[in-house]
Ligand binder design. Structure first.
Ligand code: HSE
Length: 454
């Protein structure tokens, strides 16, 4: 007969501190949105967590420059000096929630040096310094868990590292920045311009005063590279991700995409090919019939396709105090369950056993093959279409669909919208530069990649 929650708690707390099932002692650094959410959820769900873990898990210390009225730390030791947590012999697991890549890196290295396991939700830190941190952790026999770093509450790290481990991953594609998704959704549903939707996102607290990380795809690139490293057994290669933002997307393009049966989403995409792994973040036309096309507002979703399982979809809140706390606590419980295990008994840090990691083989963007949406501003004169068709055909690109409406009253220019066949990026770029050089074409050609996701 299984024990009740109360019996489990009583049993675990009666053990001596040296017993293998003693209380696991957690130190949290950073009491911002995610830190306070973690304190609150751990306190509210303590019995549930203990029952699942088979032992109590207690926050024994918080390191934070100031208190946060959103959570109660009156029963915890609070230090204004976060490095106290990294050196405290009473702490088993240091939870890094301060963000940034400088102090956070030093904090984690100090904690590792002091034999602590690490839980972090810091995507920039893992993406940019993960290789170094994993090596440091492996040499000390401790672990680093980072579920909260990607897509908030969605357990995508665990899915890639454990749930899908029997597959060869073919590709993954995700809406992994809630702010960008909110902006694109507002533009499509309310007809707002990019600037209006961004201002709205800032007013609601989704976007920072400087929105560069979110709208230019850097935040998504951090998350993509972490997922790709697990999916394709390769070292983290943040500097090799191709990144394009959404600030150039117009309502006009969203409307044409609709007319063609597509939605425009800002995707992080990683795909395994014979020549290397594609790593790219950019606005993308995706078929409206895909479930992921209906992921709107600030929500996140990731599709992962494996050779055995086929395409799978993971959906949920990509940010927020308690959603991210959910991921952070899952990591704390994972570490707590295996606190006394030897490193080879734990799930490996980067998802592969020692010696199992492959090379860092990112495919150069010129070699990437996709279809394209092109919008050309052309003069309403005979012969333009045949010139464009010839340029495409000379580059081995065929035209799969075309929209040309009558020019608006008094307008000399007419938008010509084309969906191309799949072509190498370098060939497409050459075709576009020849089209832009035509006398009959004005300005730059708008180009957005198309992915079937099936
Ligand atoms: N700024 C991120 C987003 C949330 O908008 O998705 C944290 O990763």
């Amino acid at each position: 007969m299984s024990a009740t929650v109360e019996e489990t708690i009583q049993y675990a707390s009666q053990e001596s501190p040296d017993s293998p099932r003693r209380t696991v002692r957690v130190g949290i650094c950073g009491l911002g949105t995610v830190g306070s959410g973690t304190v609150n959820v751990m306190s509210r769900n303590a019995a549930e967590i203990t029952a699942r873990c088979g032992r109590p898990v207690e926050i024994v210390q918080v390191g934070a420059r100031r208190d946060n009225p959103a959570c109660d730390t009156s029963q915890m030791q609070v230090s204004r000096e976060i490095f106290d947590v990294a050196t405290n012999p009473e702490v088993d697991i240091l939870v890094e929630l301060i963000g940034g890549t400088t102090v956070a890196r030093e904090l984690i290295l100090t904690a590792i040096e002091n034999g602590k396991h690490i839980v972090t939700a810091n995507k920039a830190l893992i993406a940019e310094h993960g290789n170094e941190l994993f090596e440091a952790a492996a040499s000390k026999g401790v672990t680093i868990a980072y579920e909260g770093a990607v897509a908030g509450g969605i357990p995508i790290i665990k899915s890639l590292r454990e749930g899908l481990v029997g597959n060869r991953i073919q590709w993954l594609a995700g809406i992994i920045n809630g702010t960008g998704n909110y902006i694109l959704t507002e533009m499509r549903e309310k007809g707002r311009t990019f600037e209006e939707a961004l201002a709205q996102a800032q007013a609601l607290g989704y976007a920072e005063a400087d929105p560069t990380f979110d709208v230019e795809g850097i935040d998504a690139a951090h998350k993509l590279v972490i997922m790709a490293s697990l999916a394709f057994r390769m070292p983290l290669a943040f500097d090799k991700v191709y990144t394009e933002g959404i600030s150039g997307i117009s309502i006009e393009d969203i409307r044409y995409a609709d007319e063609l049966g597509y939605r425009i989403k800002h995707l992080g995409i990683a795909r395994g090919t014979e020549q290397g792994v594609e790593l790219r973040v950019h606005p993308t036309l995706i078929p409206q019939r895909r479930l992921i096309a209906s992921v709107n507002g600030v929500m996140n979703a990731v599709m992962v396709s494996g050779d055995a399982v086929g395409p799978t979809l993971y959906y949920g809140a990509g940010a927020g105090a308690e959603a991210t706390a959910s991921a952070v606590i899952a990591d704390i419980v994972d570490v707590a369950r295996t606190l006394e295990a030897t490193p080879d008994q734990r799930v490996p840090l980067a998802g592969v056993a020692a010696g199992g990691q492959g090379q860092n083989c990112v495919l150069p963007m010129d070699e990437v093959v996709t279809s394209y949406y092109l919008r050309i501003s052309a003069h309403d004169k005979p012969g333009v279409m045949s010139q464009v068709a010839k340029i495409c055909s000379d580059q081995g690109i065929s035209i799969e669909a075309l929209i040309q409406h009558e020019p608006a009253e008094g307008e000399a220019l007419v938008p010509v919208v084309i969906l191309t066949s799949r072509a190498k990026e370098a060939r497409l770029r050459e075709a576009v530069s020849q089209i832009e050089a035509l006398d009959t074409v004005e300005g730059e050609v708008v180009r957005i990649r198309v992915e079937p996701l099936g």
